[in-house]
Write a protein that binds this ligand. Structure first.
Ligand SMILES: *Cc1c(COP(=O)(O)O)cnc(C)c1O
Length: 372
């Protein structure tokens, strides 16, 4: 059957027909019509974080990681020192790209089942005066932890340190208000909670630090200051833009606004999340995280303890019912993940639970109960 499968992953996500249809046209990258789409899109993105007064937004071609790398290269001077608060796989990726770009990087490790600690950060910044920037992953997509953005931002502000936030999987779903949370850069992408298609990221940069970023990037393609300056001057992207991705995102943002913006999106995802965990609990499954630190974005479940379980067969059995699950990304325990985001509602989540029930039946497993 040729119906699209429902993507219960952290991206790419299930998109609406309207968003897909927006991609059925060709656009000239230098054309005024396309430039107007880019300009409108940038305005809408700034509005989502109430950043019109304080920040600019710079889009960049590529997947989300390209924009994280670009933000570090553009914001952190070559002699800078980045402290990465690490409670998962995406934190480790941020630390690795920072090191590869030749910036001094210190990793502050936390348990992947816990939030990062603003108090520990406070102590660290008091002890090590060489740190210039702090990097935080807002929603650690590895396990699904909702990290305390406001508290971390407050500590950074008190110590006068720059804060770089990877808000890839939280932006447009969890509240972020640039008037209240002080950050130098915040990164997100087209193919996550805005429900566009993957292919571009965007970075909000604080206006007050923008001029100081000139010439800091050692990479031409990743230089956000250069991208910004060129875009302001010409209205165009510096190099070939992902035109279809841009128009699809513009259409997705229109639907986001029609739905009621961030609060409405969070409400829908929260309902998806509740439908999922209640349904999975009926089947015996246990979530990995304490609900108090769980973001309603992606849920990590313990694998069933039954010896007949293996992820590949489980995945294939759920897939044959039309649902794409996601492998776990934890180092210690056997898990799998289920996303709550994308153009789906609680009906689809109920059906996903049903698909999981049938997958267990296929495998001869009576319950999703973990071994622990
Ligand atoms: C999705 C995601 C990214 C970007 O991953 P790409 O595969 O490059 O799109 C970065 N950080 C977090 C927290 C994410 O969820």
């Amino acid at each position: 059957m040729d119906r699209d499968k429902i993507l219960l992953t952290p991206g790419p996500l299930t998109t609406t027909l309207r968003t897909k249809i927006a991609m059925l046209r060709d656009w000239g990258s230098w054309d005024a019509d396309f430039n107007a789409v880019t300009a409108r899109l940038r305005q809408s993105l700034l509005k989502i974080i109430h950043g019109e007064e304080t920040h600019v937004v710079v889009p960049l071609q590529g997947s989300g990681t390209f924009s994280v790398e670009a933000a570090v290269a553009t914001l952190v001077p070559k002699g800078g020192h980045v402290l990465v608060m690490d409670n998962g796989a995406y934190c480790k990726r941020a630390a690795r790209l920072t090191t590869l770009m030749g910036r001094t990087c210190t990793v502050m490790g936390f348990d992947e089942a816990e939030q990062v600690s603003p108090a520990a950060l406070d102590e660290k910044l008091g002890a090590d005066k060489t740190i210039t920037h702090v990097m935080l992953i807002h929603c650690e997509t590895g396990a699904g932890v909702h990290n305390p953005l406001q508290a971390v931002a407050d500590v950074c502000a008190r110590h006068g340190k720059g804060l770089i936030v990877d808000a890839m999987s939280s932006f447009a779903a969890l509240p972020i208000d640039a008037r209240e949370v002080k950050f130098d850069a915040l990164i997100a992408a087209s193919g996550k909670c805005l429900e566009g298609v993957p292919g571009m990221g965007f970075v909000f940069i604080r206006k007050a630090i923008l001029d100081g970023c000139a010439g800091q990037s050692q990479s031409l393609a990743m230089d956000l200051h250069d991208q910004y300056t060129y875009m302001e001057k010409t209205g165009q992207w510096r190099f070939t833009p992902p035109t279809h991705v841009v128009v699809a995102l513009a259409e997705a943002v229109k639907q986001f606004e029609e739905e009621g913006g961030q609060p409405a999106r969070l409400a829908r995802y929260t309902k998806n999340y509740q439908t999922l965990i209640h349904g999975m609990a009926r089947l015996g499954f246990m979530p990995f995280l304490d609900p108090s630190i769980q973001a309603p974005i992606i849920v990590t479940f313990h694998a069933p303890g039954d010896a007949r379980y293996d992820f590949k067969s489980f995945y294939a059995a759920a897939r044959s019912r039309g649902f794409i699950l996601y492998p776990g990304k934890l180092t210690q325990v056997e898990t799998f993940r289920v996303g709550c985001i994308g153009a789906i509602g609680s009906d689809e989540m109920e059906q996903a639970v049903q698909a999981v029930a049938l997958a267990l039946e296929d495998m001869g497993i009576a319950s999703g109960e973990p071994a622990i």
